[in-house]
Design a protein around this ligand. Structure first.
Ligand code: C5P
Length: 212
């Protein structure tokens, strides 16, 4: 049986790093589902197609190839914004969720991270984590990341952006960002990535024992 680990949480909470680390530790396949929304948005932008036509966006979503997703070509701020706009469309979500569910069945196990994995995509996941941190901490992490990469950043603008993205992700009618009832909450505001990983590992090991 495939073991699924579902990791949800708001933007810049550290889900990505944590999910990659977990997938590596257990030898599982990893899918960053945010990239599926970003790839759909980028394809629309590149083709000069509208971001507010659900039928067009659904068609593009159905053509997204999961195998070739690469965050480095999808990381632009404009792509993230466009992604969160098309992510409110039920037909787009249906198309991407189908592909994500197919991925989740890969043997021997999978780690999926996003906003609705534990609630909608994989409600039967063996382990569900809801990774969060305060908006201030998340904005600071994003700021540090940009500066460390040699870029210039405006903390106040990033902070506003984090809050705006939260509102859109938590406020949408279809699959809003919220912890699944059976998710373990992991607040990383005052935790290093290593400490968050160790906390996650303890929870996963306990679930693995139960699933044997
Ligand atoms: O995680 P990332 O910031 O790359 O995701 C981009 C956008 O895609 C999010 O702001 C969210 O609106 C959307 N998304 C989603 N459901 C997911 C993953 C991402 O709605 N499972």
């Amino acid at each position: 049986m495939t073991l699924v680990i579902a990791i949800d949480g708001p933007a810049a909470a550290g889900k990505g790093t944590l999910s990659r680390r977990i997938a590596e530790e257990y030898g599982f396949h990893h899918l960053d589902t945010g990239l599926t929304y970003r790839a759909t948005a980028k394809a629309l932008l590149d083709a000069g197609l509208p971001l507010d036509d659900e039928g067009v966006a659904e068609k593009v979503a159905r053509e997204v190839e999961l195998a070739g997703l690469d965050r480095s070509v999808l990381s632009a701020h404009s792509i993230g914004e466009a992604a969160s706009k098309i992510a409110v469309m039920p037909a787009v979500r249906r198309a991407l969720v189908e592909a994500q569910r197919a991925f989740s069945r890969k043997e021997p196990g999978t780690v999926l991270d996003g906003r609705d994995i534990g609630t909608v995509v994989c409600p039967d996941a063996a382990v569900k984590l809801y990774v969060t941190a305060s908006p201030g901490v998340r904005a600071k992490r994003r700021y540090d990341e940009i500066v460390a990469g040699g870029g210039t950043a405006d903390y106040a603008a990033i902070f506003e952006d984090v809050k705006k993205r939260d509102e859109r992700d938590m406020g949408r009618a279809d699959s809003p960002l919220e912890p699944a009832e059976d998710a373990h909450l992991l607040d990383t505001s005052e935790m290093s990535i290593e400490a968050a990983f160790q906390a996650a590992k303890t929870l996963i090991d306990a679930a693995l024992k139960e699933n044997i």
